[in-house]
Structures are given as structure tokens and as C-alpha cells.
Design a protein around this ligand. Sequence first.
Ligand SMILES: [Zn+2]
Length: 278
Amino acid sequence: MSAKTMRVIPYVEDHRNCLLFKPSEDLTENQMASLQAALKQAIQAYYQLEDDELAAEPLPNTNNRRLILFYEAAEGGAGVLRQLISDREAFPAVARKALEICHFDPDTGEDLLRATGASEDCEAACYDCLMSYGNQRDHRLLDRKSIRELLLSYYKSTTSSSPGPDPRAEHLRRLLNQAGSELEKRWLQFIDERNLNLPDKAQHLFEPCKTRPDFLYEEHYVFVYIDGPVHTYPDRKQRDREQTECLEDMGYTVIRFGDLDEWEGIVSKFPHVFGITK
Ligand SMILES: [Zn+2]
């Protein structure tokens, strides 16, 4: 997501999917409570979840709302929080849903004042938008108008993910510093420009195979080598093949990037690793 507006940290613990939502600007108590209710309702609506399937809590606590923790109530849930990050269309779509739920026209931002079919205008919040029986303690804080601008900006945002807890730009900077060659840097930029998934690590020594592949996608057990045209020499090819075999025997997938004009085709073959190119 755009670094300007927020930072989102997904992680998995006890097989329950969680997502920490941290707006990058300081928001008021009313805004944080309203955002929590709006996003919870919108995520549920977008992914067709029941109210009890998704939980949302302020962190560190209700008196100090800095972050919103979303988690799927059931272990091994539907995995929607992960999709919210990996599917780049999802978060803007959820923000659009949240605008609709809050009685705003998502395209113009116009205040439609009430839900379709409702008999009265909604001033701050009603049971058609932010109020639910589960968030009664927050009712006094809820104000749909306080988050209109935020939701509109989220609706226009693009999602970019980082494999670790650091924001994407910081993670990229570290990878660029660790990269072993100009070509590797160029490859990182190639990945970043397309908003594809960045690797977790660069130059990670893999002792069992006596090799230091250029990049590692830890979760997918994928090692990436940026060979460039130089590796077409026969002796290099032989060594490359041995390393690949060793890594594959250890259960890893090896993806090699040779000539630059082939890079695009290679990433599109592994959408589960690199994400989808637009
Ligand atoms: Zn309402």
C-alpha cells in the first residue's frame, strides 16, 4: 500500500491469519474506531464472511488506538487477510465497499446521507453502516464523516507488499545494498517497478550446496539467480547446473534470469512467487 497513507504488516501465528493495520498519519480516536468498524464491515462484505468470522481490535488498547489488529476468528480460516495483501485489487475494492457502507458515493465522494431504503438520515453512524451489536462499546466514537477522506484515498491507493516487517522502500534499499552486481540491482528495480513481490533475502549463503544464490523467496522455497548473458559460457553452465541440481534435491525451486529480454516472460511463469504483472 502506498507508504504515504499507511503501513500494513501481515503475519501468521497459531495458524490464524492476522493483519496489523497502521495508518502512517496520526488519527483521532474517533477516526481509528470508525476506520476499524468500516474496514471490518467492508472486508466481511467483500469476502462474504459472517460477522463472527473476522475480529478487529485496537492496539495497544481501547484507550490508546494506534493500530488495528484484524484476525480471522477460526484457525485455518479463509485466508482473506493474506489475499488482501497479495491481491493488489483487493484493498482498493475493500475501501470502495467501505465508502458505500458509510453512505458515500465511492466515485464522487458525495454524501448519500443514508442507506438505500432507510427512513432517516444517518448523522454519525447507524446500524446500516458502522454500528453493530459487537462494537457497542465504540458507538459513542463512531463517525462515518470523519473517515470519508481517508477511505477515498485508500480507494485510490495501490497495494505494494514487503516480505518482512519493514516498509517496502526500506526493504528494497537493503536488498540493493546487499546485491552483488549491477545486474542484480537492475533486476531488483525491474521487480520493484512492476510492483512485484520482492525477495526476502539477497546473497544468502546456502551451505549444503556451497552456493550463495542472488536472492531467496523464503516462503516459496525459491532461489533466484541473475545470470545475465555471461553464464552462457560452457564451464559456467556446468557449475550452474550442478548448483541447481543440488538445490532442487534439497526441495528448492531454482529460477534463473538470463537475457534481459526474457525476464518479463520468466516472472509471468511464476505468479505465485512474483505476483501478477499488470
Ligand atoms: Zn449510517
